[in-house]
Design a protein around this ligand. Sequence first.
Ligand code: APR
Length: 228
Amino acid sequence: MQRIVVFTGAGISAESGIRTFRDSGGLWEQYDIREVATPEAFESNPELVISFYNSRRKQVLDAQPNEAHKALARLEDKFSVQVITQNIDDLHERAGSTHVMHLHGEIRKVRSTRFPELVYLINGWEQKKEDLCEKGFPLRPHIVWFGEMVPYMDLAIEHISSADLLMIIGTSLEVWPSAGLIHYASDEIPKFYIDPKAHPVNKIPDLKLISQPAGIAVPELVDQLLQN
Ligand code: APR
């Protein structure tokens, strides 16, 4: 079975109503990364950080997968599909994708500040500051903050280097090390970049740029691949 790797970013969830980070009106225009998305921020002002992620969680729970997420789930009818996402939402899973790797964490989960292996699915939208893990330590959002290690990088590299086709969807490719992953794809395989602001990427000469919203271009590409 042919292996497809799909590397996604905030843009794939934009049409579900979840704001991206760096577009105009994006989240990082409204918030200072250093105040809400770093370990230092959590240490100095946990209330603000928790409330920031509570709002994000509320937004995700209210959102539904869009045509792009759904089309990627359909790809599994014919291909072995690995989604590698920078997104913290669970819209790929809710659309039906069964192999989803979250490089930057998962908004619906919290974990112990002391025992990181203690991870909990949170019921509803609200993490309360006084909630504790089963060993009595405070909880934090299960998010990879700026300055923290990105998990699963080795596994993600393995997936991308053995892919037969790569789709990059809705990402500015500005945040490293995640953005660097696409360079591990073989020179020989077809590569598509779907994003209204899709741009050439250094050292990936045959990248096919599709400058359209994901909700339009992803179902079209998926239909083509399923028909071939
Ligand atoms: N369809 C496809 N792409 C879209 C759409 C759409 N409808 N709308 C916007 N986009 C694109 C934008 O053109 C942009 O290239 O989505 C991209 C969003 O880029 P960013 O906001 O930088 O998001 P992302 O690349 O996912 O950011 C990576 O940065 O701060 C973080 O941790 C956060 O995971 C995130 C990481």
